[in-house]
Design a binder for this molecule. Structure first.
Ligand SMILES: [Zn+2]
Length: 141
């Protein structure tokens, strides 16, 4: 079943009606079985999409939102792990990464911080492993 919002072209009355299919609407219209409840005009047009279709669309958006939330939660857990196990070095990431890499006396500890794409490229060229993770702010939901 499909619900259509119908509009009378003569008196502009809008009303809803159920049809077994969109073909049925066309068939009834052709046979002049569709008429306005107000003025009996047969100049009836579909005016809006069926509300059912709107609901389907909304459901899809909800599902996408749900997926987005799951990904965010995973990222958040990952961030938590990084924060608890690695040392934050802020903007000094490239410098700290190099000093760990080249100064073998240092204990090999993990660090995290900010680096520009150029810095990351240079570090990789020097054989220093980095991992890029998308960072989300704590306050974001
Ligand atoms: Zn009418």
């Amino acid at each position: 079943m499909i619900k259509y919002c119908l509009k009378c072209n003569d008196c502009s009355l809008e009303f809803e009606s159920w049809f077994s299919s969109s073909k049925e609407f066309d068939r009834l219209k052709k046979l002049k079985y569709l008429n306005c409840q107000n003025c009996n005009s047969i100049k009836i047009e579909k005016s809006l999409m069926s509300p059912n279709l709107k609901n389907t669309k909304k459901k899809l958006i909800d599902q996408n939102g749900q997926k987005f939330k799951e990904v965010k939660n995973k990222l958040r857990n990952y961030q938590k792990f990084v924060k608890e196990n690695f040392e934050f070095v802020g903007d000094n990431f490239a410098y700290e990464a190099r000093s760990i890499h080249y100064n073998k006396k240092n204990e090999k500890k993990g660090i995290y911080g900010k680096a520009s794409p150029q810095e990351v490229k240079e570090l990789n060229n020097e054989g220093i492993e980095t991992a890029l993770i998308p960072w989300i702010k704590d306050k974001e939901n």
